[in-house]
Design a protein around this ligand. Structure first.
Ligand SMILES: [Zn+2]
Length: 386
């Protein structure tokens, strides 16, 4: 097998070599200070305080009004002349309506553009109407929302988020939107250009995502997902039996929020410690073993991977995803596929095993994580043409 340390050294060289290359800009004047900063756009989502709901609901109704007006006009045009109105036509049509509707002129523009895009992607002559059941949506344009360190300002109104994470005052905020969820809570979704550090800790880690243990690191550390759902299940049952749909929804949302919070903390800790994070894609055989909905697991895993990816970038590191094929069957000590390895779906129940070839005793998940980090370093070094 190959010499792992050589690969690690080379991969680390790749990572550190990235730093000066990214700072060198041909546009940079000679007297500009040395920058060790890289810019990257990340979309942040903030839950807003409920007291803002009334104003946002009002704006969302105005947005629906614009949407339906545009839809009606398009419907008539399609029926009469088989004609498609362009985003430009729609914008001319709605020009000057912002004062009357008391919403931002650019909100109307973005609605027109979104309408045009949606009609094109769905290849429909006209679209569905936006009504009371539609989830609230208020888009805005680049630079129209600002952040002062505590509140977000839009059209002279300050919106307070429930939690703040990783955001500096005065950041440039791109075109985004206010969005409502099924519980009626409002969120602010904003793309933000952040400055990422270019010096990441020069160490790598492999992560095996699983069912028994949420994430196992190649260092042997295990991250267990908190069993939030069990505790809430009883309360949920009571609410459902009493047909309190709103209460049940609130419990679901609370569980989802707590889980997300946990994932944020876990991913932040990993990104702080390791510059190169290698994650295995989740194989279908893993999913076959569970009766949990695939979508639920997928959502958790992909959310976790997203967080790892942006948090790693934020700190100047990187996340790489590799195929986890054979990662749990290969012996990470000698690299062979011994007859004693855990195979197939039946093998999923085996937590510990001993390699016939070299006698190494493996924890199934730690062994997989070690193979993942090795596979990641191999692809990284191969891809970088070192
Ligand atoms: Zn072995």
């Amino acid at each position: 097998m190959f010499d792992e340390t050589v690969y690690i050294d080379r991969a680390e060289a790749v990572l550190s070599a990235r730093a000066p290359a990214l700072c060198e800009s041909p546009m940079k004047p000679d007297n500009a200070p040395e920058t060790h900063i890289q810019r990257q756009t990340i979309t942040f989502k903030f839950r807003l305080r409920d007291r803002h709901a009334a104003e946002l609901n009002r704006q969302a109704r105005a947005v629906n009004y614009v949407w339906n007006y545009v839809n009606e006009t398009q419907q008539k045009a399609a029926r009469a002349h088989r004609k498609w109105l362009t985003a430009f036509d729609l914008q001319r049509l709605t020009n000057g309506a912002s004062k009357e509707l008391d919403i931002h002129a650019h909100t109307i523009q973005r609605v027109c553009r979104a309408y045009d895009d949606a009609r094109k992607t769905h290849k429909k002559a006209w679209l569905r109407w936006r009504g009371r059941k539609s989830l609230g949506w208020v888009p805005f344009n680049t630079g129209h929302v600002s952040f002062d360190g505590a509140d977000f300002k839009f059209r002279g109104v300050a919106y307070t988020p429930m939690h703040l994470r990783d955001l500096k005052p005065g950041v440039k905020i791109g075109a985004g939107s206010f969005n409502q969820d099924a519980c009626g809570h409002w969120f602010l979704n904003i793309p933000v250009e952040v400055e990422c550090a270019l010096s990441a800790p020069l160490s790598s880690v492999g992560i095996d995502l699983g069912l028994h243990t949420m994430a196992t690191l190649s260092t042997g550390e295990k991250i267990e997902a908190p069993r939030l759902y069990r505790a809430s299940e009883e309360k949920l049952g009571t609410a459902q039996r009493a047909r309190k749909t709103k209460r049940a929804r609130a419990i679901h949302a609370k569980v989802a929020n707590r889980r997300k919070d946990f994932l944020h903390k876990a991913s932040a800790k990993i990104a702080k410690q390791f510059g190169l994070i290698i994650v295995g894609d989740v194989s279908p055989s893993k999913l076959a073993k569970t009766n949990m909905a695939k979508s639920v697991l997928d959502a958790g895993w992909s959310g976790f991977k997203n967080m790892l990816s942006y948090k790693a970038n934020y700190r100047g590191g990187a996340m790489v995803e590799v195929s986890e094929r054979y990662s749990s069957q290969t012996c990470s000590a000698c690299g062979s596929l011994p007859p004693s390895r855990p195979k197939g779906i039946a093998g999923l129940g085996i937590r510990r095993w001993t390699c016939d070839e070299c006698g190494a005793i493996h924890d199934r998940d730690v062994n997989a994580a070690r193979n993942i980090v090795r596979a990641g370093l191999r692809t990284l070094v191969g891809g970088a043409h070192v």
